[in-house]
Design a binder for this molecule. Structure first.
Ligand code: NAD
Length: 285
């Protein structure tokens, strides 16, 4: 039976450490979050990010836009936030309303304030094995979770399922940077089972409930479930058939309580790290 990886516990410990550092700092980090869509989940995510920021003693500003918002208004706000010394991290909650161009908005964020690590400069640094100003939160959280449980990555066969810019691709890059041998699978991959069966580490980020069945998993593999889908009864399910796969895996993350809490903890850590970087010549904080 697999060890259940407790993402909540690891995230809480990270946040407690962070809170102590913030308390000892005279100046406080500032996080700006922009919401420009009507998606119910996005609203919950933004509200959770604000609550967590305030709980840590950060300054939090949330900017909510309705459907009449223009690209020009968002561009103007990004320019203002880039110049605002009280703001260290800028987060644009994706997706945006369909008529808005998210790529253009993200490229306008100062990479030193790009708390999600989505700016092409930060993505490029990650791909070059250099330290980005901020690393995408979910992939960073996954690696931290594996390391918290002393799970060896070097030389392991890892498969990442899902190739989004915010989860799949950067997770594959981080694993490569950790010297794993990585396969990046996606919806057009043929015979997924033959790939997952050979994997020491399976990271699934598709949003396809119970995609990963017990017969797709090698005995003793480590299984990380990034997927979150809200069902009709409001319960959350992941990509992995948890009850059956946990009998075969050596370690497994639950949904909820696995990767999710790490994502928000890493967002807070990124805000703190950007704050330190922006204030490194200021002896007062
Ligand atoms: P996305 O829709 O942008 O990408 C999904 C990827 O999965 C695509 O690359 C697609 O090719 C692949 N895919 C879909 N169905 C597949 C299948 N049957 N077989 C193989 N590949 C398949 O999604 P995303 O933004 O990367 O998010 C993925 C999931 O992770 C979603 O459920 C999302 O809610 C969740 N998520 C969780 C967290 C967290 O903190 N836990 C953070 C971000 C996203």
């Amino acid at each position: 039976m697999a060890v259940i990886i407790d993402g909540k516990k690891v995230a809480t410990s990270l946040l407690e450490n962070l809170k102590l550092k913030v308390q000892q700092s005279e100046k406080k980090p500032g996080l700006a979050v922009i919401l420009a869509n009507n998606d119910a989940s996005s609203k919950i995510y933004v509200s959770n990010k604000e609550k967590q920021s305030l709980a840590l003693g950060f300054k939090s500003s949330v900017y909510i836009f309705d459907k009449s918002t223009t690209q020009g208004q968002l561009i103007k706000l990004i320019h203002e936030l880039n110049e605002n010394e009280q703001i260290n991290g800028i987060l644009v909650q994706l997706p945006l309303f369909d008529h808005l161009d998210a790529n253009q908005i993200i490229e306008l964020i100062n990479p030193k304030k790009d708390v999600d690590g989505f700016h092409p400069i930060n993505v490029g640094k990650l791909n070059c094995g250099l330290k980005p100003y901020a690393t995408c939160c979910t992939p960073k959280g996954i690696i931290k979770l594996l390391k918290a449980y002393n799970i060896e990555l070097e030389g392991k066969n890892a498969v990442v399922i899902g190739r989004s810019n915010i989860v799949g691709k950067p997770t594959a890059t981080l694993l490569t940077n950790e010297n794993a041998t990585v396969t990046l699978a996606h919806s057009k991959t043929k015979d997924l089972k033959s790939i997952t069966k050979n994997a020491d580490i399976i990271i699934s980020a598709t949003g396809s409930p119970k995609l990963i069945k017990a017969d797709m998993v090698k005995k003793g593999a480590v299984v990380v479930d990034v997927g979150i889908v809200r069902q009709f009864d409001k319960s959350l399910v992941g990509d992995v058939d948890f009850e059956k796969v946990k009998k075969i895996a050596s370690y497994i993350t639950p949904v909820p309580g696995g990767v999710g809490p790490m994502t928000i903890a890493c967002l807070m850590e990124n805000t703190w790290e950007l704050f330190l970087e922006q204030n490194k010549n200021n002896a007062k904080f």
